[in-house]
Design a protein around this ligand. Sequence first.
Ligand code: GRF
Length: 188
Amino acid sequence: MSYNVVVLASGAGSLFQSLLLHQTNYRISALITDTPKALAIEIAKANKVSVEVCDVKAFTTRLQWNEALLKCIETYSPDLVVSAGFMKILGESVIEAFSGRLINIHPSLLPAFPGAHAVRDALLSGATITGTTVHYVDAGIDTGNIITQREVEIVSGDSVQTLHERIKVVERSLIVEVVESFAKGAVQ
Ligand code: GRF
């Protein structure tokens, strides 16, 4: 039985695509998104991966959305859930259900620059080094235990876009390395 991974993503899905391209020690069983127009959906369809859209707008309360998301993830019985550009804060029940098996990748060297504008905030701070962090998801915003980090240099003339793209180049291989380590049982 191969190691079963579910990916949560809201946007372009380039990290999801990288994970799809490197499925040797693991298999991605589903992409779950909160965004009906996420480009990641097209990537999933092109690769014949199941897609689930769990749009918060379709629910009366955030709690109902979270419960639906939990059921949706559970349907696939994943060994690991990877949040790769999922732009919603996960609720308590999802975090508890997948404790130790739910990871996120964030484009800064946490604990520096948590939140949705990590790349912009690093650039505005005048830092010369930023990077990316893979961490467990806990109830805080980007506060879970750190699994690994990689540095990325900020160069003069960088914009949010150029810097984020350089960070994403690093992230596309880092996330594969981390998921492979989980699949081999090297991360507990
Ligand atoms: C990555 O920078 C990741 O760290 C952040 O969202 C971005 C996802 O990029 N959480 P993409 O949608 O996979 O291209």
